[in-house]
Design a protein around this ligand. Structure first.
Ligand SMILES: [Zn+2]
Ligand SMILES: [Zn+2]
Length: 433
């Protein structure tokens, strides 16, 4: 029986993996500029972490988690998002005990059992940042800014930043009550909205159903209900963004799907991606650390899906010149030279060249064809007579020009040619840091 990858998962094949490596390197580079340190947490956690951290009434916890009992009868869940695990680790290892601000980022696979649809996967990849330990609106502004600057660095265009404040539990309570009394008579709301009405009416504003949107188009904005402290926090956050030259739009309907957000919520959207167009979402979560068993400690962060980023960058032609072609391929013309060819290839690799060694001694013609397929820039040819004279041939594949080179000099010789090659734009993979 043929076994395929499970539904909703996919393999990242070598050509595609080059793109992922480029993206991951760019993300790490930008987070370095901003002083975020990487944290790696397990892919599964105690189920309770997500129930407490994300909220029992969210779609994720209600319907989408991969939850299983291990052999000891413990309920474990494959992580559906990155914030709760990072906060769990922050609390467990008392990263707050040094005092001050902690800035973390993560990157890796997440798991949700969603209905398969275009652009949605059950194993998908996210990266994100968590800035813990300060209530300052400067932190909100920084987290929004690092997201925007990262997308700029990647070369993404047509981006729009949406910002809103959903207030604190105190001011939000009144808003939820008013929403409930306005909407509770509306039986035409969709099924999920009727459920949200009981548990978290504000999330009805997030519904993508056109009829729900029409029914709620005249409800008051949450920003009209903000208490003075929440209003001040929003105004300061926006003024810091203004000053830093970060464009945004205040979007009063933006609420985000997690229960843990307080005050600032934001999304970066891409006009080209259709209905599912958010490239990242985030916000402030001033009670999550406590919820997970830590001391009262404010935080703010964002998460970004990587599949959509790869797709958008592909559409924008970002990866057109990407190649895993080796700089040098070897052609060995006689079985007796196989070991010498292998040893010379190994030396060139030690000197920092990307080299495909000759693993099967065949005719010159067959080996040149293979080197052509690999798109190698140069082929080092080991023939019996030349080798006796201490020499090899080096052929430049672009124009077929060929030199006899002392075998001790071959590395220097190829490096010089590579340096001089004016058309030789730096290989993309050379820029991975
Ligand atoms: Zn408030
Ligand atoms: Zn709805």
């Amino acid at each position: 029986m043929k076994i395929s990858a499970p539904r909703g998962t996919f393999d990242i094949l070598p050509e595609e993996a080059l793109r992922w490596r480029w993206l991951e390197a760019a993300i790490r580079r930008v987070f370095d500029y901003y002083g975020y340190q990487e944290i790696r947490t397990p892919v599964f956690e105690h189920t309770e972490l997500f129930q407490r951290g994300i909220g029992e009434t969210t779609d994720i916890v209600e319907k989408e988690m991969y939850t299983f009992n291990d052999k000891g009868g413990r309920s474990l869940t494959l992580r559906p998002e990155g914030t709760a695990p990072v906060v769990r680790s922050y609390v467990e290892h008392k990263l707050y005990s040094k005092g001050g601000i902690t800035k973390l980022f993560y990157m890796g696979p997440m798991f949700r059992q969603e209905r398969p649809q275009a652009g949605r996967f059950r194993q998908f990849h996210q990266f994100g940042v968590e800035l813990l330990g300060t209530e300052s609106p400067l932190a909100d502004a920084e987290v929004i800014t690092v997201a925007v600057e990262l997308y700029k660095e990647l070369g993404l265009t047509d981006l729009e930043v949406l910002v809103n404040s959903i207030g604190c539990p105190a001011c939000r309570k009144k808003y939820q009550e008013d929403l409930f009394s306005r909407l509770s008579s509306l039986q035409e709301l969709c099924e999920s909205c009727l459920r949200r009405l009981e548990k978290n009416p504000m999330r009805i504003l997030d519904c993508k159903n056109p009829r729900c949107r029409e029914l709620t188009k005249d409800v008051p904005a949450v920003t009209d209900y903000l208490c003075p402290a929440c209003r001040d926090h929003l105004e300061k956050t926006l003024s810091f963004l203004d000053k830093a030259g970060i464009d945004y739009r205040l979007e009063p309907r933006l609420v985000r799907g997690f229960d843990y957000y307080t005050r600032t919520v934001f999304e970066v959207i891409n006009a080209g991606l259709g209905a599912q167009n958010a490239v990242c979402g985030g916000g402030r979560y001033d009670h999550l650390v406590e919820e997970i068993g830590g001391p009262p400690m404010p935080g703010v962060g964002f998460a970004s899906g990587m599949e959509r980023l790869i797709l958008t960058l592909e559409q924008q032609g970002k990866f057109a010149g990407f190649s895993s072609a080796p700089q040098v391929a070897f052609a060995v013309l006689d079985e007796t030279l196989a070991a010498d060819g292998f040893a010379l290839a190994t030396r060139l690799r030690r000197e920092g060249l990307t080299v495909e060694a000759c693993l099967e001694v065949k005719s010159l013609k067959a080996q040149m064809r293979a080197a052509g397929k690999l798109q190698a820039k140069f082929v080092v040819i080991l023939g019996e007579d030349e080798w006796k004279d201490g020499q090899v041939s080096v052929r430049r594949m672009a124009d077929g020009e060929q030199w006899r080179v002392d075998r001790e000099e071959v590395c220097r010789f190829i490096k010089d040619l590579l340096d001089r090659d004016s058309s030789g734009r730096e290989q993309e993979r050379g820029s991975f840091s």
